[in-house]
Design a protein around this ligand. Structure first.
Ligand SMILES: *Cc1c(COP(=O)(O)O)cnc(C)c1O
Length: 349
């Protein structure tokens, strides 16, 4: 049985071409600043994002946490959108490493300038100082939603007026750019620092970059070393990332089309609810009326379709470059049948 793995876009394996690029990479000791491929990647990503400098880090979590360490002080508060990766999926690192606490603005991962301002506590010595806003684009837990550029601009402008820094968690900024047609640099413009991942839609095995002002990145260089994230011949990883930028960026539109097609099929199943307007990129969140998500996941697995879950009664399917249109469609049809069957057997049919 062929298995279609829709748990995440991180499950992709490096293609033949990517493996060749990785094997052929020119390398050196990056702690001595002597890896030409790492330098080439950092310079290219800094230019793409319109920032002064960029730094290769092992993961998106690493990049986000360096951004927090560089732009906050212990006891500060940061503001994030609902369901933010930095609050949900980074093992409590914001508290453990930077000593900050987290306030939430808005709903569904998006927030506007007024919602940001309402999340900020008054200025007094006995109140935490808000120092940083984190914007996530696309938003993972909210189902790959794009943070609209006008909203982003307004939030960044207000943040600046209030004296706050802005970090953009752009693990899937590639998807946001392809979906909205906006250049990466425009999406990153209002942010001080930006993190991006090569191990999601771009199909690389490992690697993320943190970009921002040279001064902030100099501090990030120190913290990267402190946390054990400085690497030696990391050019092999940078080569995979460069290959991903060259070959797998524009094709994200296919993942988006596949996600939309899957969403349409599953939305037609009894017992499933998909908010189609919110399927903007490569993630589909599927709410189940009655069935338990664990039950559906187990039954779908038996039919060769692997899914994730993000909450009780909520499944998630993520499209990526290792799943083509035909495989995606057939997985969607299997999933729709499984949902209907489990729905009926849960007595709600
Ligand atoms: C995947 C992801 C990250 C980073 O994940 P790593 O597994 O640490 O690379 C950060 N932010 C968002 C929004 C993500 O989806």
């Amino acid at each position: 049985m062929t298995v279609v793995d829709l748990r995440s876009d991180t499950v992709t394996r490096p293609s033949e071409g990517m493996r060749r690029a990785l094997a052929a990479a020119e390398v050196g000791d990056d702690i001595y600043g002597e890896d030409p491929t790492v330098r080439a990647l950092e310079e290219r990503v800094a230019a793409l994002l319109g920032k002064e400098r960029a730094l290769l880090v092992p993961s998106g979590t690493f990049g986000n946490q360096l951004a927090l360490m560089c732009q906050t002080r212990r006891g500060d508060e940061i503001v994030v959108g609902e369901g933010a990766h930095s609050a949900w999926f980074e093992s409590g690192a914001a508290g453990a490493l930077s000593g900050v606490q987290i306030a939430v603005a808005g709903h569904g991962g998006l927030f506007d300038a007024d919602e940001l301002e309402r999340a900020i506590k008054p200025d007094a010595f006995y109140v935490p100082r808000t120092s940083l806003v984190v914007i996530e684009n696309t938003h993972n837990r909210a189902g790959g939603r794009v943070f609209p550029l006008p909203l982003m601009r307004a939030v960044c402008e207000r943040a600046r007026r209030l004296g706050l820094g802005v970090h953009l968690d752009g693990a899937r900024l590639w998807n946001a750019s392809v979906a909205s047609g906006e250049p990466l640099a425009a999406l990153a413009e209002g942010a001080d620092t930006v993190s991006v991942c090569f191990s999601k839609g771009l199909g690389a095995p490992v690697g993320s970059v943190l970009a921002g002002p040279a001064e902030t990145l100099q501090l990030a260089l120190r913290y990267r070393r402190m946390l054990g994230g400085a690497m030696r011949q990391a050019g092999v990883l940078a080569a995979a990332a460069l290959y991903g930028l060259d070959h797998n960026l524009e094709r994200l539109a296919e993942d988006h089309a596949n996600a939309r097609a899957l969403a349409l099929v599953v939305a037609g199943a009894h017992g499933a609810r998909v908010v189609l307007e919110q399927v903007e990129t490569n993630i589909v969140n599927i709410e189940l009326e009655a069935a338990s998500e664990a039950h559906v996941i187990e039954q779908a697995r038996a039919e060769g379709v692997l899914l994730g879950s993000i909450a009780p009664k909520t499944l998630r399917a993520v499209t990526h470059l290792d799943v083509g249109a035909a495989a995606c469609r057939s997985a969607a049809e299997k999933l729709a049948r499984v949902i209907e069957r489990v729905h009926r057997s849960s007595g709600s049919g």
